[in-house]
Design a protein around this ligand. Sequence first.
Ligand code: MN
Ligand code: MN
Length: 295
Amino acid sequence: MNEEELEKYRRAGKIAAEARNLGVNLVREGKTYLEVAEEIEGFIIDRGGKPAFPVNLATDHQAAHYSPGINDRKKISAGAIVKVDVGVHVEGYIADTATTVEVGSERHRMLIDAASIALENAVSLCSHEVAVRKIGGKIEETIRALGFVPVSNLTGHEIKRYLLHGGKSVPNIQDNNGDVIFAGEVVAIEPFASTGSGYVDSDGRSNILRIVRERKLDTELQEFYSLLKQNFGALPFSPRWCLNLDAHAGEKLTKLMKYGVLYEYSILSDTRRGMVSQAEHTVIVGKEGCEVITK
Ligand code: MN
Ligand code: MN
């Protein structure tokens, strides 16, 4: 990685960390999810970055992939366990970071700590030529020692330019993944701790979309598709962001989903409805150790 790339990753990381911290302060009883997401996304743009994906605010047994939709009225409740997961890119150089907030109470303090301690332990292992299963093993061991279950079918991931999931995965358990990380690679580490099964499954619509394939379209739809491609490339985006691209964005998005051009992620929830916490940092792997860009 050259100095210029490094500088862009660092800038993305700094904005992402500030946006995450802002999110922690915004998540309050009675606020709408929409207000929180829009304020965070607005902050990212004001700071000179772009959201690398819609702000994710998965709550309670939802582990990941919920972002408020257009006119979403859902309000944050007292006692909710909200994962604030934020992505920022600067010219395609992406930083991905998350933390968990319990709204107005501290009943799940240990659960929240379990994910962040697991993250700290995992990050301290990240270095040139380390096996990802060793990192996963550390995450699993940490979370289990604190009395919780790691979510086994959600993973950290390598990041590449304009690509959120860039190839390698970093498991949250000691599985049989044979990958090794190398100096210069960018990796998001994201432990999830659960009071339930530690296994997530599809649980409704996320309002998070992504272009997954090209297809011949009529002229009007093709124009809209080109705008999406130009603005978001292969990165996940929100239907909310499409309203200023096209007045009829809603119906066009529906068509593109029907044609298989767009994919909508599912909310992923713990199958036994356990409470789930998450913590995430993006690191640049070094020859010895790593640099956390989202501190
Ligand atoms: Mn994330
Ligand atoms: Mn991630």
